[in-house]
Design a protein around this ligand. Structure first.
Ligand SMILES: *[C@@H]1O[C@H](CO)[C@@H](O)[C@H](O)[C@H]1NC(C)=O
Length: 398
């Protein structure tokens, strides 16, 4: 029997994976009610795993991210939102459709471990439904959108509000992240949450508890900034994180809404006969001459003036350069002349000296010993000896 059971599972998985590429999930939902669809990671995990591993009972828990869009469009329909806090969390599609119709949503799951992708198709058919005439919006401060969207939590919140409204006939109309309504990102500290708005609707008129929100007393307290606890006997939250912020409670009576202005009456689409078409008068002709002056003539004049100025500078300066060059030549000639004279003068002065020249000016003079070798001997002494090497004396001489 056990074998039979596993065969059935195997076949189902087989069928699922065979038709996985075309897996379509069809949903029908009414207008004006909250729609929530949880993208379960387990479902997509089955698409990623090879059958053999799954059959062997091996389980993975891969991080995943989702990309959702309307088929053939880059984004989701206007009424539908997607949220996923972390790749290890499930994702949610949620929103409230306001008009009937059909949307085809493509969901791509990307496995962040091996970068496999899987595609699912969601066909959402929205059917017409009467709007709930009495609606109220509550702010829940200690909640985050992902924590409120799972249906058990939605039910908890609904039960509290049913007591507050004193009716069972209550529907959730909308759930919104407070960040989408101008809320602030909370500090990353325990006990700070983004907050969510929950809108519910009913056929039944508001209860006494709710009507007290409209009293001037309550409004005065709220504008004074007091921490309003809510009217006595009206606090029904069993779980503290589901408690509403009374001062942000708003009631909407849709029956009292002003009737919408009548839609424009549509004509037959054919122009009535009679009368010729009278084209609208053409605007008065414009004089473009001032524009022409400003945009063409003035810049042209400025350009001419500038080029004349440039020409003057170029030719004027060139003359100046030439005269200066001539002057430099004269100075150089004078210099040349004086250098000649000075050299002659020095030569004649040197000729008059009677003193013998210093020894060091003679060739082969040894500065250490003071002896001077005769030019004849110089062949036998290595020339390098007298120069730098201090040990040269120890070297054997020939
Ligand atoms: C639901 O809330 C969103 C965000 O505030 C808003 O854009 C949308 O119109 C609301 N839908 C309904 C039906 O109230």
């Amino acid at each position: 029997m056990a074998g039979c059971g596993s065969w059935i599972i195997f076949l189902t998985v087989c069928a699922a994976s065979l038709f996985g590429a075309n897996a379509e999930i069809k949903l029908t939902i009414p207008v004006g009610r909250l729609f929530t669809y949880e993208l379960l990671r387990e479902t997509f995990q089955n698409d990623f795993e090879p059958l053999s591993k799954l059959y062997a009972g091996r389980l993975y828990d891969d991080p995943m991210i989702f990309k959702c869009n309307m088929q053939n469009f880059p984004d989701l329909p206007e009424w539908l939102r997607f949220t996923q806090r972390h790749p290890f969390d499930n994702g949610f599609l949620y929103g409230t459709p306001m008009s009937p119709g059909k949307s085809i949503i493509e969901i791509y799951a990307i496995n962040k471990r091996n970068y496999d992708t899987a595609r699912h198709i969601l066909v959402i058919k929205v059917t017409p439904e009467k709007m709930l005439p009495y609606q109220a919006e509550f702010f829940i401060k200690l909640r985050e959108i992902e924590k409120v969207l799972p249906s058990p939590v939605q039910d908890e919140i609904k039960q509290d509000l049913q007591k507050l409204w004193n009716t069972e006939a209550l529907e959730i109309v909308n759930i919104t992240n407070a960040l989408d309504r101008g809320g602030r990102v909370p500090l990353p500290i325990a006990g700070h949450f983004e907050g969510v708005y929950v809108k519910v609707g009913s056929e039944k008129y508001f209860s006494d508890c709710l009507q007290r929100v409209l009293t001037p007393d309550h409004q005065k307290q709220c504008t004074a900034g007091a921490k309003v606890k809510g009217p006595g006997g009206c606090n029904f939250c069993r779980i503290p994180s589901n408690c509403i912020t009374w001062c942000k409670t708003e009631l909407f009576d849709l029956t009292k809404l002003e009737p919408e202005p009548p839609a424009p009456t549509m004509g037959s689409g054919i122009l009535e006969s009679g009368g010729d078409f009278n084209p609208p008068e053409s605007p008065p002709s414009r004089d473009y001459f001032p524009d022409y002056i400003v945009t063409v003539i003035v810049p042209l004049i400025i350009a001419i003036i500038l080029s004349l100025l440039l020409a003057y500078i170029m030719f004027g300066k060139r003359e100046g350069v030439e005269t200066r060059n001539a002057r430099t030549n004269q100075i150089q000639l004078y210099h040349h002349h004086t250098i000649h004279g000075n050299t002659d003068e020095l030569r004649s002065m040197a000729g008059n000296r009677g003193v013998p020249p210093p020894l060091s000016t003679f060739p082969m003079f040894n500065s250490r010993t003071g002896e001077s070798a005769s030019p004849l001997q110089s062949d036998s002494i290595p020339l390098i000896m007298a120069q730098h090497d201090p040990y040269s004396d120890t070297l054997p001489r020939k």
